[in-house]
Design a protein around this ligand. Structure first.
Ligand code: HAM
Length: 438
């Protein structure tokens, strides 16, 4: 006897969201905005796979980071035993692709991407297991000018989106210097924390020798005094690092972009050197980072390429959309130019070619779709036309059709002449040239 098929409803994986209309329109509006800004700075799109070899992230992000230690979706390919991971971020994959395809052979490349990332974190508002980033990576440029460029790009995006720096979010900036300087600092930190080992919690003790820098990130209130007293990286930076940081700062100053230097800003990925930054908002109650990035001059070489510098950022799309909401930014909902009212299905053979011709001219037209019981009353069709947000109803009524006419009824703006977006109908003579009336 065969078993009854399982028809129980299925659900999305926890922490992974469907993006449904009308919300999906806000996503598209945001993505269009971001693409426009990135293209204005001459960044070109790159698309890399969502699944990469696990080793890419272990080598790229760093073995002793939260992401690699506990947040990656890693699995074995059951076909061939390969160790694979759903990308938790975009930088490592972009650098791998640049090395694999020798993208830097004729000079630097400015790249951008938009896409889903995966981290096994505890889901909450603004934190998901599948989330989306828009990111840029400028590869092959060593100068502080490009650090300033990528940061200013963010400001341009905020302005396009209708966010206000200083009110909705602000920039935090730090320099992590060079690896040798960080070694010095690291040794000084270990010495300091060893001297105060009795004040450290278990997590800090575990990290003491593997990644003492991350102890500085601890939220444990009891440890704040010992963290406060720890040696500062800024005191270990040499002349070159200081000059790079000063140059970035003076370019941001010249561009009129305020920032807070935060010596505690270390970021959660190991590939950074020199400039690091985060965009933080406190419009959610507690401060929330909506994006971050920095310079990573060692990563290309670390992933097998000829040494080449890099700098970039990643912004959390969900977090920015939440920020737009709390900041009261109104995203215009997409509305059709016109809604086709069809009192009788008999009008369809005449109406459909008109609608097709209008769409071919770039006019967006929503057609009234028949239900099981036919077209529905004129009243209900006009109600739907109104709810669609369309500015005009095109009425294919029997009387109009008998006279060879389509009535254009303004739904929003009474008594206006035939609007610009409907001009093509008139100009192209879609309906016999003179048969429209408004
Ligand atoms: P990240 O700081 O790990 O940097 O992530 C960038 C942004 O992604 C965060 O500021 C946050 O807005 C968002 N984000 C991260 N995790 C989640 C999550 N679980 N749910 C929702 N949003 C999240 C990077 O990923 C680097 N690749 C950035 C970069 C590019 N640095 C240089 N180039």
């Amino acid at each position: 006897m065969s078993q009854a098929p399982d028809r129980s409803p299925l659900q999305a994986v926890k922490g992974m969201n469907d993006i449904l209309p009308p919300d999906s329109a806000r996503w598209e509006w945001f993505e269009d905005c971001a693409r426009r800004v990135m293209q204005r700075y001459r960044y070109a799109a790159i698309r890399t796979p969502i699944v990469e070899p696990t080793a890419l992230f272990v080598r790229g992000i760093g073995e002793v980071t939260d992401i690699v230690e506990k947040e990656m979706y890693s699995f074995e390919d059951s076909m061939n035993g390969d160790r694979l991971t759903l990308r938790p971020e975009g930088t490592a994959g972009v650098v791998r692709a640049a090395v694999e395809h020798s993208l830097l052979y004729d000079g630097g490349k400015r790249l951008y991407y938009l896409g889903a990332m995966f981290r096994h974190e505890r889901p909450q508002k603004g934190r998901y297991r599948q989330f989306h980033q828009v990111g840029v990576e400028a590869l092959g440029f060593a100068g502080p000018d490009v650090d300033a460029e990528v940061i200013l790009m963010c400001r341009m995006l905020w302005r396009e989106l209708g966010l206000v720096e200083g009110r909705d979010l602000w920039l935090e900036l730090n320099s992590l210097g060079q690896p040798a300087e960080r070694q010095l600092h690291r040794a000084a930190l270990i010495e300091h924390f060893e001297r105060h080992a009795d004040l450290l919690d278990a997590d800090a003790k575990r990290r003491l020798h593997s990644n003492p820098l991350r102890i500085l990130d601890s939220k444990n209130a009891a440890m704040q005094p010992v963290i406060e007293a720890a040696p500062k990286l800024a005191d270990c930076l040499g002349a070159e690092s200081l000059a790079h940081f000063d140059a970035v700062r003076s370019m941001l100053d010249a561009a009129g972009l305020p920032y807070r230097v935060n010596p505690r800003l270390v970021r959660g990925l190991d590939y950074y050197n020199h400039t690091v930054f985060e965009w933080v908002s406190d419009r959610f109650g507690a401060p929330l980072t909506v994006g971050g990035g920095g310079r990573y001059d060692g990563l290309v070489e670390q992933l097998g390429g000829k040494p080449a510098p890099g700098v970039g950022w990643g912004l959390g799309v969900e977090r920015l959309l939440l920020l737009l909401e709390v900041a009261g930014v109104v995203v215009p909902p997409p509305v059709p130019d016109a809604y086709a009212v069809l009192p009788d299905a008999a009008a369809l053979p005449q109406a459909l070619p008109v609608l097709e011709a209008l769409r071919a001219l770039g006019v967006s037209v929503q057609m009234h779709a028949a239900g099981r019981d036919g077209q529905g009353s004129m009243k209900s069709q006009f109600k739907k036309a109104d709810a669609s947000g369309a500015r005009y109803a095109l009425v294919f009524g029997a009387d109009e059709l008998a006279q060879g006419m389509v009535a254009v009824k303004p739904l929003r703006t009474e008594g206006q002449p035939v609007p610009q977006e409907l001009r093509p109908i008139v100009e192209a003579g879609v309906w016999g040239g003179e048969l429209l009336r408004s």
